[in-house]
Design a protein around this ligand. Structure first.
Ligand SMILES: O=P(O)(O)OC[C@H]1O[C@H](OP(=O)(O)OP(=O)(O)O)[C@H](O)[C@@H]1O
Ligand SMILES: Nc1nc2[nH]cnc2c(=O)[nH]1
Length: 177
């Protein structure tokens, strides 16, 4: 059990399980994108640990870039997507692998994917460490999913509760909401 911002959380996914799965997905990407010179595009903030660790395993020629989007306040999606740092890379004709820590309701990607399509990329594939199928409000095609998880609030490994809790190497689930 841990306490974060006065709420209690219990262990849900170990660091070892996260690393093993991330390695599997990255090895698959190494094969499928071997000759495509992809751009990995991370959606900050939560994704910073996924990106850092993924690049222990990605070994193909590629670029990396980031956007910073925000929709969550406390334990709930605000429903509003704020762009804090936007797209600043030329994506025309490029193969993009979008990196996310979690796809929950799908609102963030539902709003962001049309922005990405305006840049005329050759392809867009989504890698998310976590997905909550029961929370999804939109049909978002996700090619690489680490773990499908129940619809409970999570922290750790980049995931925050009002900015706190991102430092844990394991992922924790809320005990009381
Ligand atoms: O599918 P959704 O319900 O839209 O939720 C997913 C989004 O929520 C988190 O970001 P958040 O808005 O919490 O910002 P952060 O990455 O800075 O923590 C996460 O990194 C995703 O981008
Ligand atoms: N920390 C955190 N952020 C999220 N963003 C979308 N879903 C979640 C979640 O379960 N936990």
């Amino acid at each position: 059990m841990i306490t974060c911002n006065n709420k209690q959380f219990e262990l849900f996914l170990t660091s070892e399980a996260i690393q093993n799965r991330l390695k599997e997905l990255c090895q698959q990407i190494n094969q499928e994108y071997a000759d495509k010179k992809p751009i990995f595009l991370g959606i900050l903030n939560g994704v910073f640990r996924v990106v850092g660790d993924a690049f222990n395993y990605i070994d193909i020629e590629c670029e990396v870039s980031f956007v910073k989007l925000k929709s969550y306040e406390g334990t709930q999606s605000s429903g509003n997507l704020t762009t804090m740092i936007g797209l600043d890379t030329d994506l025309e004709g490029r193969h993009i692998v979008l990196l996310e820590d979690i796809v929950d309701t799908g609102r963030t990607l539902h709003k962001f994917l049309p922005e990405l399509e305006k840049k005329n990329p050759a392809s867009v594939a989504i890698l998310t460490l976590l997905n909550k199928p029961d929370a999804m409000e939109h049909d978002i095609p996700m090619k690489y999913i680490g773990f499908k998880v129940p619809n409970n609030f999570l922290i750790g490994y980049g995931l925050d509760y009002d900015g706190w809790g991102r430092q844990h190497n394991d992922i924790y689930t809320i005990v009381e909401d």
